[in-house]
Ligand binder design. Sequence first.
Ligand SMILES: [Zn+2]
Ligand SMILES: [Zn+2]
Ligand SMILES: [Zn+2]
Ligand SMILES: [Zn+2]
Length: 106
Amino acid sequence: MKKLTDGLRDFWKCEICEENSQLFVCKICRRKVCLEDFVITQGICKVCEMSLCQICRRNLSIGKCENCGRIICQSCTEYFDGARRYCKECWDSILNQKGKREIYLK
Ligand SMILES: [Zn+2]
Ligand SMILES: [Zn+2]
Ligand SMILES: [Zn+2]
Ligand SMILES: [Zn+2]
């Protein structure tokens, strides 16, 4: 027979590893996670950190930059034509190297 306390203890388990006890709440996904699965400096969980925009580190990413391969959010996307996406950093250097017309015409 299952003890009543087993269920209670599970309730307080980290929602990612399900092993350690919950200590923090991720401000993005609201998951309750343990110390190991939490990025204290940012107030978010490891899962969200992985899908976070690699430029601003504030928003969740929506796609990948064609040039640098970083995952980027809406506000860090400088160019998107439905297929190709470029981050603002790459877009600037692409403009400098090739000129805007080449990209649009390709
Ligand atoms: Zn955990
Ligand atoms: Zn999270
Ligand atoms: Zn961003
Ligand atoms: Zn880029």
